[in-house]
Each structure stands twice: as structure tokens, then as C-alpha cells.
Design a protein around this ligand. Structure first.
Ligand code: KIV
Ligand code: ZN
Length: 387
């Protein structure tokens, strides 16, 4: 059953009315090549994520290092509203270290694809299934929530993924996560795969999508369309290789495209993104959706003309919803409406002839590849008016 909304969006009826976000900025996000956070900065990020309203904070992978262990322990003691989660491999040593951190949830993973089983783990499917069940039972016996991920699930034999998910569900897992570890699904493949998994188990299904083909957000939303209830996200879409599904795009996509809800305080998205950019040293390109410098900037004359009569003409989202001001940029694509609007904002009075000269000069500079800042525009106007 599907519903088609007035804006031509197809809204499948399987979509839950509350979607949970597990933020892994402190774990997969920190796997961004060249990025590592100090313990103090990890705590700062965890507090910000909590204020933002994520449901689960994956605070780290305790087996990685002393510092990682310390930061997961400290974040778990912060008394945040979000659930605190630690990642563990599917073995006792890794699970024990996560348990030592006193986290609320342990995220246990094992690879399920033949490629990973044969080439990396040197295990048979039967061994992997047995180990998964034993370790989930072991971790669960300590009274924590268990999220189980099938690593490389999307390149695995689907029957085997379902078999291992059903087995760990019986062993006490609380959430099952489909990892698109190398980002190879398309939204239509994700819908088929996630639908089969959702209908084969009783507990909530989650997705963890990588962005190797730029489809992490689309694939995450596709899983939600067929009944998945949780998405793994990372602020600014950071993460291993091309990164993970961006928290900002997922949160806005869930609200505006799938018409469902998260706990995210959308007006805190920009400050969260800025904090992570500053602490990681990874700055987002201007055309990044939602939080990029150009996400709500308009230059072309036709667009600015439309925008001045109704912003909905060229903006799918009202930027004030996320605490961002739209910008009108002057350049060679500007038209009369846009330059007039800018001159009025800057407090200039001018004649029609002067306006024509100003537009001419702006276009001339634009053709020479020059950027027209407000300062530059002011000097053009002053020069024109004084002539
Ligand atoms: O990409 C991946 O498969 C992971 C797992 C640990 C879930 O990050
Ligand atoms: Zn990952």
C-alpha cells in the first residue's frame, strides 16, 4: 500500500512514525582517514550529539586503544539522555572491553559474505553462525542491549544473513543491522533486501550504509520505506573511505521526503556540523546539502526573481527551520531584480541609468572569473555614482 502526497512523493505505508538514529561519528566517523579525536574532544562531541537529540551514540570501539577505551568509559559516565553504545568484534575479549566501559548497548559484528569469511576470517558459515550466537548470548547475559551487525551483509548470501539474524534474535539480540559495508546497493536493491529481512525477524532492523557510490542516504531512506526502524548516521557524512550516511541529510530527508519523525533538533544541525568540521579538520565543500555554504545561496537572475516573490520557488526547505539565513550572491548570472535587491539591502539609492551601468560592470567582472563580494559591489556602486 502506498500513498502519493500532493507533492508527488510516494509514501509507503510501512514507514514507522518514529525513526531512530544511531550516530557513529565517534567510531566510523573517526575512521575517516587522517582523523582522530582526543578524549576531551570526544566528550565534547558526545555532549553535542546528545543535545542534538540522537537516540544512540556509538562512542567508540574499546578494543582499539587505551585512549579509545578511556573515552568510551568517560562518555558512558556522562549521564547523557542518548543510549551509549560500544562496538565489539564477535569475541569475548572485545565484548569484555566494551562491557568494562559500562555502556548501555554493545554493537557486535561479524562478516557474513563468502569473501570476508574465506579471505579475512578464514571461517566457514557454520563457524560464523555458531560464534555469533555464542557471543550474543554471552554479551546479553550481562544485561546490556545488543545490536548485531552482519558486516558486508549486502554482498552476502541473503538466506545466510536471514539465518544468522534469526539465530542471534533467538540468542537475545535487540536490534539487527544490515551493513552495506562497501556501499554497493542501489535504493531498489535495498528495498528488496531490507523488506525480506524485516519480514523474517521480529525485532527492529537497522541499516549502516557507506557512500562509495554516493548512495548512502538514498539507500538508508529506501530501507526505512520497507520497515527498517533505525539508521546509522555520521555528522557531515564522514567515515571510512567515502564515508557513511550523513546525519543532516538523513534527518531532513526523513522529515521532508518520507514525512516521518526523529528526535533531532533541526535547529542544532548547523552548530553540530561546524563543531565536527573544526575538531576533525575535514571541511565540507560549499555544495554539501543542508549545511554547505551554498545550500541556501542563490545567484542566477531567474532564481532570485522567483525567490523574491516566493522562496518556495527555488528552495525545497525553509532554511530558518535549521537556523540558517539564505544568501543572495551577486555575480555574472545576476539579473536586475537581484542586483536591485542587494543595493537596497546595502542602503544605496541610484538612478535607472546607474543601475544599468552597475549591472554591466558586474557582468564584465564575472566574465573575468571575478567574485563579487559585498565590498566589491559597494566599490562598483560608489565608483558609478561618483562618475
Ligand atoms: O561498515 C561496516 O560494516 C561497519 C560495521 C562495524 C557495522 O562499520
Ligand atoms: Zn562502517
Amino acid at each position: 500500500m502506498i500513498k502519493i502526497s500532493t507533492d508527488n512523493l510516494v509514501i509507503p505505508s510501512k514507514i514507522s512514525d518514529r525513526i531512530y538514529l544511531l550516530d557513529t561519528s565517534l567510531r566510523d566517523g573517526e575512521q575517516t582517514p587522517g582523523v582522530s579525536y582526543t578524549v576531551e574532544n570526544k566528550i565534547k562531541i558526545a555532549r553535542q550529539l546528545d543535545m542534538l537529540g540522537v537516540d544512540v551514540i556509538e562512542a567508540g570501539f574499546p578494543i582499539t586503544s587505551e585512549g579509545e577505551l578511556e573515552s568510551v568509559k568517560k562518555i558512558a559516565k556522562e549521564n547523557l539522555s542518548a543510549e551509549i553504545c560500544g562496538l565489539a568484534m564477535c569475541n569475548k575479549k572485545s565484548i569484555d572491553l566494551a562491557l568494562d566501559c559500562d555502556v548501555d548497548r554493545i554493537h557486535v559484528f561479524i562478516a557474513t559474505s563468502n569473501l570476508h569469511l574465506e579471505q579475512k576470517l578464514k571461517m566457514t558459515k557454520e563457524d560464523a553462525l555458531k560464534q555469533a550466537v555464542e557471543q550474543v548470548e554471552y554479551a546479553k547475559s550481562h544485561g546490556v542491549k545488543i545490536e548485531f551487525s552482519a558486516e558486508d551483509a549486502t554482498r552476502s548470501d541473503l538466506d545466510f544473513v536471514i539465518k544468522i539474524f534469526q539465530a542471534v534474535e533467538d540468542a537475545g539480540a535487540d536490534v539487527l543491522d544490515i551493513a552495506d559495508t562497501v556501499g554497493v546497493l542501489t535504493p531498489s536493491s535495498m528495498r528488496v533486501l531490507a523488506n525480506k529481512i524485516v519480514s523474517s525477524v521480529k525485532i527492529p532492523v537497522s541499516v549502516h550504509c557507506h557512500n562509495d557510490f554516493g548512495l548512502a542516504v538514498a539507500n538508508s531512506l529506501a530501507a526505512i520505506e520497507v520497515g527498517a526502524k533505525q539508521i546509522h548516521v555520521v555528522v557531515n557524512g564522514m567515515g571510512e573511505r567515502a564515508g557513511n550516511a550523513s546525519l543532516e541529510s538523513v534527518a531532513m530527508g526523513l522529515k521532508h521526503l518520507l514525512k516521518t519523525n526523529t528526535g533531532i533538533k533541526l535547529d542544532k544541525l548547523m552548530e553540530t556540523s561546524s563543531l565536527l568540521q573544526n575538531l576533525s579538520g575535514i571541511y565540507m565543500p560549499p555544495n554539501t546539502p543542508i549545511i554547505g555554504e551554498n545550500a541556501f545561496a542563490h545567484e542566477s537572475g531567474i532564481h532570485v526573481h522567483g525567490m523574491l516573490s516566493n522562496p518556495a520557488t527555488y528552495e525545497p526547505i525553509d532554511p530558518t527551520e535549521i537556523n540558517i539565513n539564505r544568501k543572495y550572491v551577486v555575480g555574472k548570472h545576476s539579473g536586475t531584480h537581484s542586483i536591485k535587491n542587494k543595493l537596497n539591502q546595502l542602503g544605496f539609492t541610484y538612478t535607472e541609468a546607474q543601475l544599468k551601468t552597475i549591472i554591466y560592470k558586474v557582468k564584465l567582472l564575472g566574465d573575468q572569473s571575478q567574485k563579487i563580494s559585498d565590498e566589491k559591489l559597494k566599490s562598483i556602486v560608489n565608483e558609478t555614482i561618483n562618475q
